[in-house]
Design a protein around this ligand. Structure first.
Ligand code: F6P
Length: 345
């Protein structure tokens, strides 16, 4: 009997499909301080739910799941049917997986206790962000943060397990349901992006080690609220215009953030007179994207403070957010803080 070592094919007849998300998570498991495999399973559960949500969103126009659900969520926003569907999908995947003890979701008023006190992780999630864009076929996303609980597994969930600053995240990511569907995540060792291959039902590594350009030429902000901004924000946006930067605003946070992460740019959702704390939510929007931005070499601030260092006090707390290329965010932050200081003098 002859035994031969495996020789990878060089004929070019069957090109390699690349690295699947599953395989990548497994390969990188040892980078993670608590490499027990549970976090890896949790990431796989999120990926599975996102594939299902991807299926639902891509056929929304055909299956009567577009439009409003007829209820208003805790944010006072009208829930879309797909918001509710995505929430059910992620909740189900996370509760069946067994690694998670509690979930904070944009769609739920309270913390959801999964009655699985042996779970070591807490997930904060916006199951479907930018959902008002669904009916007009514009990119939407899922955003998630993963924390390790502070109290010992086996004991009831406590406030300290939930109210953790962004610096405590052990992993975070987003799924962008766009012209292609992508999952981008970090476990604190860089940022990697995976593109969904529909016919194989798998995410493949397409954007390894994403690095945010230090500076870009895009600014993204809802200029309809300009009158309500503080002077520093007005001054910074004017500077962007003087420099002939491009204004790009989809109104779907994940999509705006993703574009700027790859191309270089700044996204701003500042405080306004109407919303003095901004609009975006700290626990399941800003923190995850701030972690990713920093891991890619970018920056995220509320105008005065690093997003990741904000100590949350309420579940659905809002925060102003300036995020993206480090030089741009730094410049915007310094203009905001120096001009707000002047107005106090
Ligand atoms: O999370 C809410 C959200 O829909 C984000 O996705 C988006 O960036 C933002 O609100 C848009 O808000 P506005 O319509 O006020 O610009």
């Amino acid at each position: 009997m002859k035994i031969l070592p495996y020789q990878p094919d060089k004929s070019g007849l069957a090109y390699s499909v690349g690295t699947t998300l599953d395989r990548f998570i497994k390969l990188k498991q040892s980078d993670f301080p608590f490499a027990s495999g549970e976090l890896s399973q949790l990431l796989r559960d999120i990926a599975l739910a996102s594939k299902i949500v991807n299926r639902e969103t891509t056929r929304a126009g055909l299956s009567n799941i577009g439009g409003a659900f007829g209820q208003v969520n805790v944010q006072g926003e009208e829930q879309q049917k797909l918001d509710v569907i995505a929430n059910i999908r992620f909740m189900r995947a996370l509760s069946k997986g067994g690694e998670v003890c509690a979930i904070v979701s944009e769609e739920e008023d309270s913390v959801i206790d999964l009655q699985n006190s042996s779970g070591k992780y807490v997930v904060a999630i916006d199951p479907l962000d930018g959902s008002s864009n669904i009916d007009v076929n514009i990119s939407i996303g899922t955003i998630f943060s993963i924390y390790r609980r502070k109290t010992p597994a086996g004991s009831p969930i406590q406030r300290e397990d939930i109210m953790q600053a962004g610096t405590e995240q052990v992993a975070a990511g987003y799924v962008l349901y766009g012209s292609s569907t992508m999952l981008v995540y970090t476990t604190g060792c860089g940022v990697n992006g995976f593109t969904y291959e529909q016919s194989l039902g798998e995410f493949f590594l397409s954007h390894p080690n994403i690095q945010a350009p230090k500076i870009g030429e895009i600014y993204s902000v809802n200029e309809g609220s300009q009158k309500e901004w503080e002077e520093g924000v007005k001054a910074y946006v004017n500077l962007c215009k003087e420099r002939r930067y491009s204004a790009r605003y989809i109104g779907s946070l994940v999509a705006d953030f993703h574009r700027n992460l790859l191309k270089g740019g700044i996204y701003l959702y500042p405080a306004t007179k109407r919303n003095p704390s901004g609009k975006l939510r700290l626990l399941y929007e800003a923190n995850a994207l701030a972690f990713i931005a920093e891991q890619a070499g970018g920056m995220a601030t509320d105008g005065n403070q690093r997003i990741l260092e904000i100590q949350p006090t309420t579940l659905h707390q809002r925060t102003p957010l300036l995020i993206g290329s480090s030089d741009m965010v730094e410049e915007a932050e310094s203009m905001i803080s120096s001009l707000s200081l002047k107005s106090l003098l």
